[in-house]
Design a protein around this ligand. Structure first.
Ligand SMILES: [Zn+2]
Ligand SMILES: [Zn+2]
Length: 325
């Protein structure tokens, strides 16, 4: 059922490609109605939030369904995360029951992992933890493993840090030759000595990956904005993603983190805000839910406040079809 509806959207866009790629206003009235209708089919719009693992990873899918995540959700892996084979089986069957496809779930790796670390001992620990979490994903049947690329700690060159990250990913790939889990590099805000805040950094890491089938990126709107990618107007939004496509390529986009920003443009400070309440504003999120390039891409909210997904997810769905500037 899902595939059928999806292909109708794809064929609509294929037939309208030149005009869609220009600006929406050039559409005739009938075409605009057809576009709105095509977008309104939200079976391929995947919006979820982050749920806590607690003591039982097997119940994460229920928690995600409870907060109305549709098609996707995230959870944080930490050094304390452990589960039995039985819990992993339960996780998979609960995903099935609640309509989550395993290839659209995007767990977040431990924050302390730094594959670009200039200190050998810490780097070794990071690599081991990275591999452990990659294997955890595999055990859960999950295909996307999202993680922060790393930081120089102001003790090595950017190029050395990026190379070390690629090496770490290659090492983990080689250690799991039969795995299909994709290492999804998150774009960062550029706070402190974190790398990965320019598309060029992501492209450089990917360039040195041996198995390109197993690498991807996750774009976080808050991080992008803080790092200096302006997403506030349709023109700047289009420019930013054209730049992303040129430098990294949409084929590597595996997930989005959709957060507004508490801090200003180019602040390079990473502080998430609820949708529409921060410096980015709600328009950016309206563009996202109405852009075919982000359909079938898991979009994860990581916004503050208990219960905030309860109004944010419906609000994002309500934006579907609002395609005017
Ligand atoms: Zn993150
Ligand atoms: Zn963040």
């Amino acid at each position: 059922m899902k595939r059928g509806r999806q292909s109708s959207l794809e064929s609509f866009f294929k037939s309208k490609k030149p005009k869609i790629q220009a600006v929406v206003e050039v559409l005739s009235e009938e075409e605009e109605i057809a576009l709105k209708n095509a977008l309104k089919d939200t079976s391929d719009l995947l919006i979820g939030g982050c749920v806590s693992v607690g003591d039982d990873i097997g119940s994460c899918p229920q928690s995600a369904a409870y907060i109305d995540c549709t098609g996707t959700f995230s959870f944080g892996l930490t050094q304390k995360t452990m589960f039995t084979d039985e819990q992993a089986t339960q996780f998979k069957s609960n995903c099935k029951i609640h309509g989550f496809q395993l290839d659209k779930i995007v767990p977040h790796g431990s924050f302390h992992i730094n594959l670009g670390c200039p200190n050998d001992i810490t780097l070794e620990r990071s690599k081991v933890r990275f591999l452990t979490e990659l294997k955890m994903c595999e055990k859960l049947g999950i295909l996307l493993y999202n993680f922060h690329p790393g930081s120089t700690l102001d003790k090595c060159k950017l190029s050395e840090c990026l190379k070390s990250i690629s090496d770490g990913i290659n090492w983990a790939h080689r250690a799991t030759p039969d795995s299909k889990v994709v290492a999804v590099i998150e774009c960062m805000a550029g706070q402190g000595s974190n790398v990965g805040y320019r598309f060029e950094h992501l492209a450089q890491i990917i360039k040195d990956i041996e198995n390109k089938e197993r690498v991807g990126v996750c774009l976080d709107t808050c991080h992008m904005y803080s790092a200096g990618y302006d997403l506030r107007t349709k023109d700047t939004f289009d420019q930013v993603f054209a730049e992303f496509d040129h430098i990294v390529g949409f084929k590597y986009l595996k997930a989005m983190h959709i957060n507004d920003s508490k801090t200003e443009y180019r602040s390079r400070v990473d502080r998430h805000e609820n949708i529409g309440k921060g410096h980015i504003g709600s328009s950016c999120f309206r563009y996202l839910v109405n852009d075919k390039r982000f359909r079938n891409i898991p979009m994860i909210l990581e916004t503050p406040g208990e219960g905030s997904y309860g109004w944010e997810i419906p609000m994002l769905y309500n934006m579907v079809g609002q395609i005017n500037k």
